[in-house]
Design a protein around this ligand. Sequence first.
Ligand SMILES: [Fe+2]
Length: 269
Amino acid sequence: MKFIHLTDTHLALEPLYGIDTRERLERLAAHVRSRADGAAFAVVTGDLVNRASPKAYGAAAEILRGLDMPVFVLAGNHDDPQLMQEFFAPASEVDLCGLTEGKRPALLAPQLLRTPLFEAVFLNTHQDAAPSGRVRADDLARVREGGREGRPRLLFMHHAPFASGIAAMDAAGLENAHELREAIEAAADVAGIFCGHLHRTMTGLWAGIPVWCLRSTAHAVAPELRGAVMKGVLEAPEYALVEVRCDCGKLTVLSQTMRFTEPDACFCL
Ligand SMILES: [Fe+2]
């Protein structure tokens, strides 16, 4: 099974730091259609828009529908969860197999997605009027309880649970990462975490769990380790094509980043 992970699309109606974020997302959708059409669904891990407005969410929804697959979203610190739900319907549980083919692709904000190989748990880390994040008590309880069908679980959230080392970003990080860690350790069925917020691609282990944080499809954050001022940098945007397999009862999860704005310059080796 394959899925698309993208994050921090920051769709803006005007150029953002000189970037046409709408055109970026359209190019991403075209790239997915031409290169990654075997994906079963896409997940956007927050910050869909830069400034929440019906127009911005409407534009994001229209372009994301062009991925031609179900799209699941969660809120980031730039999002307005209430407004977002007018364009991405809230759902407590979604069964991927139950989504009817042939209709317009679903745009949903689920809490749980069941797939044949794993369960995807969507955690809401948005806080009103704060760039930092916090996993809510009910979400912590859902993580702690463990999955119902014995399948491994993958967590999706906006704020990265780990400290990045970039001081200005870590000041706006996840406030209760220790509580999430305790819940994950209690459940013992979490196979990995997909997140955004840092606007940098960072992968590794956090609390022994694989983490995949992706660069924004808009602007990147500069790897300035010191200083309170957050700095941006213009780097090639990315999305990821993630392949999940189940080999002998063990999950294999491989995330391949795709640079969708670079010229296609393939050659034979
Ligand atoms: Fe962001």
